[in-house]
Design a protein around this ligand. Sequence first.
Ligand code: CTP
Length: 408
Amino acid sequence: MNELAGKHIVLGLTGGVACYKSAELCRSLIKAGATVQVVMTESAEQFITKTTMQSLSGRPVYTSQWDDRVANNMAHIELSRQAHAVLIAPCSADFAAKLIHGRADDLLSLMCLARPRDAVPLLIAPAMNREMWAHPATQRNMAQLEADGAVVLGVGQGEQACGETGDGRMLEPDSITEAVVGHFQPKLMGGQSVLITAGPTFEALDPVRGLTNRSSGKMGFALARAARDAGARVTLVSGPVALATPDGVDRVDVDSAQQMFEAVTSRLETATVFIACAAVADWRAEQVSEEKVKKQVGKAPPTMQFVENPDILATVAKNPRAQSGDLFCVGFAAESHDLMTNAKAKRERKGVPLLIGNIGPSTFGRDDNTLLLVDAKGTREIGPDSKLALSRLLIQDIAQRLKPPAKP
Ligand code: CTP
Protein backbone atom coordinates (compact mmCIF):
# COMPACT_ATOMS: atom_id res chain seq x y z
CA MET A 1 0.00 0.00 0.00
CA ASN A 2 1.21 3.47 -0.89
CA GLU A 3 0.32 5.00 2.46
CA LEU A 4 3.32 7.33 2.52
CA ALA A 5 2.86 8.60 -1.06
CA GLY A 6 3.83 12.26 -1.27
CA LYS A 7 5.62 12.21 2.09
CA HIS A 8 9.26 13.24 2.34
CA ILE A 9 11.01 11.77 5.37
CA VAL A 10 14.39 12.79 6.73
CA LEU A 11 15.84 9.58 8.14
CA GLY A 12 18.51 10.36 10.73
CA LEU A 13 20.99 7.67 11.79
CA THR A 14 23.02 7.96 14.98
CA GLY A 15 25.66 5.61 16.40
CA GLY A 16 24.45 2.10 17.16
CA VAL A 17 24.56 -1.46 15.86
CA ALA A 18 20.90 -1.05 14.92
CA CYS A 19 22.09 1.04 11.95
CA TYR A 20 22.10 -2.25 10.03
CA LYS A 21 18.30 -2.22 10.38
CA SER A 22 18.11 1.35 9.06
CA ALA A 23 19.01 0.07 5.60
CA GLU A 24 15.88 -2.11 5.67
CA LEU A 25 13.89 0.76 7.21
CA CYS A 26 14.89 3.05 4.34
CA ARG A 27 13.61 0.47 1.84
CA SER A 28 10.42 -0.07 3.81
CA LEU A 29 9.64 3.68 3.88
CA ILE A 30 10.28 3.93 0.13
CA LYS A 31 8.13 0.85 -0.50
CA ALA A 32 5.32 2.61 1.38
CA GLY A 33 5.63 5.51 -1.10
CA ALA A 34 7.86 7.99 0.76
CA THR A 35 10.95 9.77 -0.51
CA VAL A 36 13.79 9.47 1.99
CA GLN A 37 16.66 11.85 2.70
CA VAL A 38 19.30 10.22 4.88
CA VAL A 39 21.34 12.27 7.35
CA MET A 40 24.02 10.49 9.39
CA THR A 41 26.11 11.42 12.40
CA GLU A 42 29.83 10.68 12.50
CA SER A 43 29.15 7.81 14.92
CA ALA A 44 26.56 6.28 12.57
CA GLU A 45 29.27 6.12 9.92
CA GLN A 46 31.14 3.69 12.18
CA PHE A 47 28.28 1.22 11.73
CA ILE A 48 27.05 1.61 8.14
CA THR A 49 28.41 3.38 5.09
CA LYS A 50 27.00 6.40 3.33
CA THR A 51 27.29 4.38 0.10
CA THR A 52 24.76 1.82 1.32
CA MET A 53 22.29 4.46 2.45
CA GLN A 54 22.74 6.51 -0.74
CA SER A 55 22.14 3.44 -2.90
CA LEU A 56 18.98 2.52 -1.02
CA SER A 57 17.54 6.03 -0.74
CA GLY A 58 18.58 7.12 -4.22
CA ARG A 59 19.85 10.43 -2.81
CA PRO A 60 23.22 11.71 -1.64
CA VAL A 61 23.59 11.32 2.12
CA TYR A 62 24.35 14.35 4.30
CA THR A 63 26.69 14.10 7.28
CA SER A 64 28.08 17.58 7.87
CA GLN A 65 26.71 21.02 8.59
CA TRP A 66 29.54 22.36 6.44
CA ASP A 67 28.37 20.49 3.32
CA ASP A 68 28.74 22.97 0.46
CA ARG A 69 26.49 21.03 -1.92
CA VAL A 70 23.58 23.08 -0.53
CA ALA A 71 23.49 26.41 -2.40
CA ASN A 72 23.17 28.65 0.67
CA ASN A 73 25.38 26.30 2.75
CA MET A 74 22.59 25.81 5.26
CA ALA A 75 21.84 22.10 5.00
CA HIS A 76 20.11 22.14 8.39
CA ILE A 77 17.55 24.65 7.12
CA GLU A 78 17.08 23.36 3.59
CA LEU A 79 16.71 19.67 4.49
CA SER A 80 14.31 20.24 7.37
CA ARG A 81 12.06 22.65 5.42
CA GLN A 82 11.42 20.01 2.75
CA ALA A 83 10.50 17.25 5.23
CA HIS A 84 7.07 16.05 6.40
CA ALA A 85 8.78 14.34 9.36
CA VAL A 86 12.22 13.76 10.81
CA LEU A 87 12.70 10.16 11.95
CA ILE A 88 15.76 9.31 14.05
CA ALA A 89 16.36 5.56 13.83
CA PRO A 90 18.39 4.45 15.60
CA CYS A 91 18.46 7.16 18.23
CA SER A 92 21.36 6.52 20.64
CA ALA A 93 21.25 7.40 24.33
CA ASP A 94 23.85 10.07 23.68
CA PHE A 95 21.87 11.64 20.86
CA ALA A 96 18.70 11.76 22.97
CA ALA A 97 20.70 13.48 25.75
CA LYS A 98 21.93 15.98 23.22
CA LEU A 99 18.45 16.72 21.88
CA ILE A 100 16.94 17.52 25.25
CA HIS A 101 19.61 20.17 25.82
CA GLY A 102 19.09 21.72 22.40
CA ARG A 103 22.72 21.10 21.48
CA ALA A 104 23.53 21.52 17.82
CA ASP A 105 27.14 20.67 17.07
CA ASP A 106 26.48 18.27 14.19
CA LEU A 107 24.14 18.41 11.20
CA LEU A 108 21.45 16.06 12.56
CA SER A 109 21.03 17.68 15.99
CA LEU A 110 21.25 21.12 14.38
CA MET A 111 18.49 20.13 11.98
CA CYS A 112 16.25 18.79 14.78
CA LEU A 113 16.63 22.11 16.60
CA ALA A 114 16.10 24.20 13.48
CA ARG A 115 13.08 22.33 12.13
CA PRO A 116 9.68 24.09 12.22
CA ARG A 117 8.20 22.08 15.12
CA ASP A 118 4.54 22.51 14.22
CA ALA A 119 4.98 21.41 10.62
CA VAL A 120 7.72 18.79 10.93
CA PRO A 121 7.20 16.20 13.68
CA LEU A 122 10.20 14.47 15.24
CA LEU A 123 9.85 10.70 15.63
CA ILE A 124 12.39 8.75 17.61
CA ALA A 125 13.23 5.04 17.55
CA PRO A 126 15.71 4.50 20.39
CA ALA A 127 18.24 1.65 20.36
CA MET A 128 20.65 0.78 23.13
CA ASN A 129 21.75 -1.81 25.68
CA ARG A 130 19.06 -2.74 28.23
CA GLU A 131 20.93 -1.18 31.17
CA MET A 132 21.37 2.05 29.23
CA TRP A 133 17.67 2.03 28.34
CA ALA A 134 16.57 1.34 31.93
CA HIS A 135 18.90 4.00 33.39
CA PRO A 136 16.95 6.83 35.04
CA ALA A 137 18.90 9.35 32.97
CA THR A 138 17.71 7.79 29.70
CA GLN A 139 14.14 7.43 30.94
CA ARG A 140 14.21 11.06 32.09
CA ASN A 141 15.54 12.13 28.70
CA MET A 142 12.83 10.18 26.85
CA ALA A 143 10.12 11.76 29.00
CA GLN A 144 11.64 15.19 28.32
CA LEU A 145 11.73 14.51 24.58
CA GLU A 146 8.02 13.69 24.70
CA ALA A 147 7.32 16.79 26.77
CA ASP A 148 9.15 18.79 24.09
CA GLY A 149 6.78 17.36 21.46
CA ALA A 150 8.78 14.45 20.02
CA VAL A 151 7.11 11.07 19.46
CA VAL A 152 9.13 8.31 21.14
CA LEU A 153 8.19 5.10 19.35
CA GLY A 154 9.39 2.82 22.13
CA VAL A 155 11.82 -0.09 21.97
CA GLY A 156 11.66 -3.79 21.24
CA GLN A 157 12.52 -6.57 23.63
CA GLY A 158 14.87 -9.48 23.05
CA GLU A 159 18.42 -10.53 22.37
CA GLN A 160 20.85 -7.62 22.04
CA ALA A 161 24.06 -7.28 20.03
CA CYS A 162 26.06 -7.28 23.28
CA GLY A 163 24.71 -10.74 24.13
CA GLU A 164 22.35 -9.55 26.87
CA THR A 165 18.57 -9.90 26.67
CA GLY A 166 16.05 -7.22 27.56
CA ASP A 167 14.41 -3.96 26.51
CA GLY A 168 16.26 -1.57 24.25
CA ARG A 169 16.40 -3.10 20.77
CA MET A 170 15.34 -0.80 17.98
CA LEU A 171 11.83 -1.65 16.76
CA GLU A 172 11.76 -3.70 13.57
CA PRO A 173 11.78 -1.67 10.33
CA ASP A 174 8.21 -2.60 9.37
CA SER A 175 6.91 -1.60 12.81
CA ILE A 176 8.64 1.78 12.50
CA THR A 177 7.15 2.33 9.04
CA GLU A 178 3.75 1.33 10.45
CA ALA A 179 4.18 3.91 13.22
CA VAL A 180 5.13 6.62 10.71
CA VAL A 181 2.06 5.77 8.60
CA GLY A 182 -0.09 5.83 11.76
CA HIS A 183 1.33 9.19 12.76
CA PHE A 184 -0.01 10.79 9.57
CA GLN A 185 -3.58 9.46 10.01
CA PRO A 186 -6.20 12.02 11.08
CA LYS A 187 -7.02 11.56 14.78
CA LEU A 188 -10.77 11.19 14.24
CA MET A 189 -11.19 8.87 17.22
CA GLY A 190 -9.20 10.80 19.82
CA GLY A 191 -10.65 10.13 23.28
CA GLN A 192 -12.71 7.12 22.12
CA SER A 193 -12.28 3.66 23.57
CA VAL A 194 -12.84 0.90 21.02
CA LEU A 195 -13.50 -2.75 21.86
CA ILE A 196 -13.17 -5.17 18.94
CA THR A 197 -13.73 -8.92 18.62
CA ALA A 198 -11.76 -10.74 15.93
CA GLY A 199 -11.03 -14.16 14.48
CA PRO A 200 -12.89 -17.43 14.93
CA THR A 201 -13.89 -19.10 18.17
CA PHE A 202 -12.89 -22.68 18.98
CA GLU A 203 -15.47 -24.90 20.66
CA ALA A 204 -13.82 -27.99 22.08
CA LEU A 205 -15.41 -31.38 21.40
CA ASP A 206 -12.77 -33.37 23.23
CA PRO A 207 -9.14 -32.61 24.27
CA VAL A 208 -7.88 -32.74 20.67
CA ARG A 209 -10.82 -31.77 18.46
CA GLY A 210 -13.07 -28.79 18.12
CA LEU A 211 -15.56 -26.82 16.11
CA THR A 212 -14.23 -23.67 14.45
CA ASN A 213 -14.34 -21.75 11.17
CA ARG A 214 -11.99 -20.26 8.59
CA SER A 215 -11.88 -16.68 9.88
CA SER A 216 -8.23 -15.51 9.95
CA GLY A 217 -8.81 -12.44 12.13
CA LYS A 218 -7.21 -10.17 9.51
CA MET A 219 -10.22 -7.82 9.25
CA GLY A 220 -10.53 -7.37 13.03
CA PHE A 221 -6.79 -6.81 13.43
CA ALA A 222 -6.80 -4.27 10.57
CA LEU A 223 -9.69 -2.48 12.30
CA ALA A 224 -7.73 -2.42 15.55
CA ARG A 225 -4.77 -0.86 13.77
CA ALA A 226 -6.96 1.71 11.97
CA ALA A 227 -8.76 2.67 15.21
CA ARG A 228 -5.42 3.00 17.03
CA ASP A 229 -4.03 5.16 14.21
CA ALA A 230 -7.16 7.32 14.46
CA GLY A 231 -6.23 8.05 18.08
CA ALA A 232 -8.51 5.60 19.95
CA ARG A 233 -7.59 3.37 22.88
CA VAL A 234 -8.13 -0.12 21.50
CA THR A 235 -8.84 -3.48 23.13
CA LEU A 236 -8.87 -6.49 20.84
CA VAL A 237 -10.54 -9.68 22.05
CA SER A 238 -9.25 -12.34 19.71
CA GLY A 239 -10.04 -15.98 19.05
CA PRO A 240 -7.17 -18.30 18.06
CA VAL A 241 -5.32 -16.63 15.15
CA ALA A 242 -1.72 -16.43 13.96
CA LEU A 243 -1.42 -12.64 13.79
CA ALA A 244 0.86 -10.14 15.55
CA THR A 245 -0.81 -7.63 17.87
CA PRO A 246 -0.63 -4.07 16.49
CA ASP A 247 1.68 -1.99 18.74
CA GLY A 248 -0.19 -0.12 21.43
CA VAL A 249 -3.29 -2.32 21.19
CA ASP A 250 -4.39 -4.19 24.31
CA ARG A 251 -5.03 -7.84 23.32
CA VAL A 252 -7.06 -10.46 25.16
CA ASP A 253 -6.82 -14.03 23.82
CA VAL A 254 -9.79 -16.37 24.12
CA ASP A 255 -10.82 -19.71 22.63
CA SER A 256 -14.54 -20.26 23.03
CA ALA A 257 -17.60 -18.06 22.43
CA GLN A 258 -18.35 -18.19 26.15
CA GLN A 259 -14.84 -16.86 26.95
CA MET A 260 -15.25 -14.16 24.30
CA PHE A 261 -18.61 -13.21 25.78
CA GLU A 262 -17.06 -12.84 29.26
CA ALA A 263 -14.02 -10.94 27.97
CA VAL A 264 -16.28 -8.47 26.16
CA THR A 265 -18.95 -7.97 28.83
CA SER A 266 -16.33 -7.38 31.54
CA ARG A 267 -14.74 -4.61 29.46
CA LEU A 268 -17.83 -2.77 28.32
CA GLU A 269 -17.98 -0.11 30.98
CA THR A 270 -15.29 2.12 29.53
CA ALA A 271 -15.89 1.33 25.85
CA THR A 272 -17.48 3.93 23.59
CA VAL A 273 -17.45 1.77 20.44
CA PHE A 274 -17.97 -1.99 20.12
CA ILE A 275 -17.15 -3.68 16.80
CA ALA A 276 -18.12 -7.36 16.64
CA CYS A 277 -15.92 -8.62 13.84
CA ALA A 278 -15.37 -12.16 15.17
CA ALA A 279 -16.89 -15.17 13.46
CA VAL A 280 -18.40 -16.61 16.62
CA ALA A 281 -19.48 -20.26 16.60
CA ASP A 282 -23.23 -20.40 17.06
CA TRP A 283 -23.12 -23.73 18.87
CA ARG A 284 -20.92 -25.66 21.28
CA ALA A 285 -20.99 -29.30 22.33
CA GLU A 286 -23.45 -29.97 25.12
CA GLN A 287 -20.88 -32.27 26.71
CA VAL A 288 -17.15 -31.89 26.10
CA SER A 289 -15.56 -35.31 26.40
CA GLU A 290 -12.71 -35.36 28.92
CA GLU A 291 -10.91 -38.02 26.90
CA LYS A 292 -10.35 -38.23 23.18
CA VAL A 293 -13.40 -39.78 21.52
CA LYS A 294 -11.98 -42.95 19.91
CA LYS A 295 -12.99 -44.36 16.56
CA GLN A 296 -14.85 -47.63 17.11
CA VAL A 297 -14.04 -50.01 14.26
CA GLY A 298 -17.22 -51.45 12.77
CA LYS A 299 -19.49 -49.13 14.80
CA ALA A 300 -21.46 -46.06 13.70
CA PRO A 301 -19.77 -42.64 14.19
CA PRO A 302 -20.70 -40.90 17.46
CA THR A 303 -23.60 -38.48 17.52
CA MET A 304 -23.23 -35.16 19.30
CA GLN A 305 -25.68 -32.76 20.88
CA PHE A 306 -25.09 -29.02 20.57
CA VAL A 307 -26.34 -26.06 22.57
CA GLU A 308 -26.49 -22.44 21.43
CA ASN A 309 -23.75 -19.99 22.43
CA PRO A 310 -24.61 -16.57 23.85
CA ASP A 311 -25.01 -13.91 21.15
CA ILE A 312 -22.33 -11.38 22.17
CA LEU A 313 -23.37 -8.61 19.79
CA ALA A 314 -27.11 -8.87 20.47
CA THR A 315 -26.44 -8.85 24.22
CA VAL A 316 -24.16 -5.82 24.05
CA ALA A 317 -26.63 -3.97 21.83
CA LYS A 318 -29.28 -4.28 24.58
CA ASN A 319 -26.95 -2.66 27.15
CA PRO A 320 -28.41 0.68 28.40
CA ARG A 321 -25.29 2.55 27.25
CA ALA A 322 -25.73 1.11 23.77
CA GLN A 323 -29.40 2.03 23.80
CA SER A 324 -28.60 5.62 24.79
CA GLY A 325 -25.92 5.92 22.08
CA ASP A 326 -22.99 6.22 24.53
CA LEU A 327 -21.73 2.87 23.26
CA PHE A 328 -21.90 2.66 19.46
CA CYS A 329 -22.30 -0.96 18.28
CA VAL A 330 -21.21 -2.26 14.90
CA GLY A 331 -21.92 -5.80 13.73
CA PHE A 332 -20.53 -7.86 10.88
CA ALA A 333 -22.34 -10.44 8.79
CA ALA A 334 -20.38 -13.11 6.98
CA GLU A 335 -22.80 -14.50 4.41
CA SER A 336 -22.44 -16.96 1.58
CA HIS A 337 -25.36 -15.64 -0.52
CA ASP A 338 -28.08 -12.92 -0.68
CA LEU A 339 -25.77 -10.47 1.10
CA MET A 340 -28.04 -7.43 0.92
CA THR A 341 -31.20 -9.17 2.19
CA ASN A 342 -29.38 -11.13 4.90
CA ALA A 343 -27.35 -8.15 6.11
CA LYS A 344 -30.42 -5.88 6.35
CA ALA A 345 -32.36 -8.52 8.29
CA LYS A 346 -29.39 -9.23 10.56
CA ARG A 347 -28.94 -5.54 11.43
CA GLU A 348 -32.53 -5.38 12.65
CA ARG A 349 -32.34 -8.72 14.45
CA LYS A 350 -29.16 -7.74 16.30
CA GLY A 351 -30.51 -4.26 17.08
CA VAL A 352 -27.40 -2.34 15.94
CA PRO A 353 -27.22 1.02 14.12
CA LEU A 354 -24.56 -0.20 11.67
CA LEU A 355 -23.87 -3.64 10.22
CA ILE A 356 -21.13 -4.55 7.77
CA GLY A 357 -21.91 -7.34 5.34
CA ASN A 358 -19.30 -9.36 3.49
CA ILE A 359 -19.10 -12.66 1.65
CA GLY A 360 -17.33 -15.02 4.06
CA PRO A 361 -15.97 -17.65 1.67
CA SER A 362 -14.44 -15.03 -0.64
CA THR A 363 -12.68 -13.06 2.12
CA PHE A 364 -11.70 -15.50 4.90
CA GLY A 365 -7.89 -15.60 5.08
CA ARG A 366 -7.40 -12.99 2.34
CA ASP A 367 -5.85 -9.53 2.57
CA ASP A 368 -8.64 -7.82 0.65
CA ASN A 369 -12.38 -7.57 0.92
CA THR A 370 -15.53 -5.72 -0.21
CA LEU A 371 -17.86 -4.36 2.46
CA LEU A 372 -21.54 -3.49 2.42
CA LEU A 373 -22.41 -0.85 5.03
CA VAL A 374 -26.03 -1.17 6.16
CA ASP A 375 -27.73 1.39 8.39
CA ALA A 376 -31.31 2.58 8.94
CA LYS A 377 -31.08 4.86 5.90
CA GLY A 378 -29.81 2.32 3.37
CA THR A 379 -26.69 0.63 2.08
CA ARG A 380 -23.31 1.65 0.71
CA GLU A 381 -20.61 -0.57 -0.78
CA ILE A 382 -16.87 0.08 -0.29
CA GLY A 383 -14.07 -1.84 -1.97
CA PRO A 384 -12.70 -4.10 -3.21
CA ASP A 385 -9.60 -2.95 -1.38
CA SER A 386 -7.11 -4.14 1.22
CA LYS A 387 -8.57 -4.87 4.65
CA LEU A 388 -6.44 -2.06 6.10
CA ALA A 389 -7.67 0.52 3.56
CA LEU A 390 -11.28 -0.59 4.14
CA SER A 391 -10.75 -0.42 7.89
CA ARG A 392 -9.54 3.17 7.64
CA LEU A 393 -12.67 4.08 5.65
CA LEU A 394 -14.89 2.24 8.09
CA ILE A 395 -13.29 3.95 11.10
CA GLN A 396 -13.83 7.33 9.37
CA ASP A 397 -17.46 6.42 8.80
CA ILE A 398 -17.96 5.28 12.40
CA ALA A 399 -16.21 8.40 13.77
CA GLN A 400 -18.79 10.61 12.04
CA ARG A 401 -21.61 8.74 13.82
CA LEU A 402 -20.17 9.10 17.35
CA LYS A 403 -21.03 11.45 20.16
CA PRO A 404 -17.99 13.58 21.04
CA PRO A 405 -16.02 11.92 23.89
CA ALA A 406 -16.83 13.11 27.41
CA LYS A 407 -14.30 15.58 28.85
CA PRO A 408 -12.11 13.91 31.50
N1 CTP B 1 -22.05 -12.64 16.85
C1 CTP B 1 -21.83 -12.60 18.20
N2 CTP B 1 -22.09 -13.69 18.97
C2 CTP B 1 -22.57 -14.82 18.44
C3 CTP B 1 -22.81 -14.89 17.04
C4 CTP B 1 -22.55 -13.79 16.27
O1 CTP B 1 -21.38 -11.55 18.70
N3 CTP B 1 -22.80 -15.85 19.20
C5 CTP B 1 -21.82 -11.44 16.04
C6 CTP B 1 -20.69 -11.55 15.04
O2 CTP B 1 -19.47 -11.14 15.60
C7 CTP B 1 -21.18 -10.61 13.95
C8 CTP B 1 -22.69 -10.74 13.99
O3 CTP B 1 -22.99 -11.20 15.30
O4 CTP B 1 -20.88 -9.26 14.27
C9 CTP B 1 -23.29 -11.67 12.98
O5 CTP B 1 -22.65 -12.91 13.04
P1 CTP B 1 -23.09 -14.08 12.06
O6 CTP B 1 -22.37 -15.32 12.42
O7 CTP B 1 -23.02 -13.59 10.63
O8 CTP B 1 -24.64 -14.15 12.41
P2 CTP B 1 -25.51 -15.14 13.23
O9 CTP B 1 -26.32 -14.35 14.18
O10 CTP B 1 -24.68 -16.23 13.78
O11 CTP B 1 -26.45 -15.66 12.09
P3 CTP B 1 -26.25 -16.84 10.98
O12 CTP B 1 -25.03 -17.63 11.41
O13 CTP B 1 -27.50 -17.59 11.06
O14 CTP B 1 -26.07 -16.12 9.68
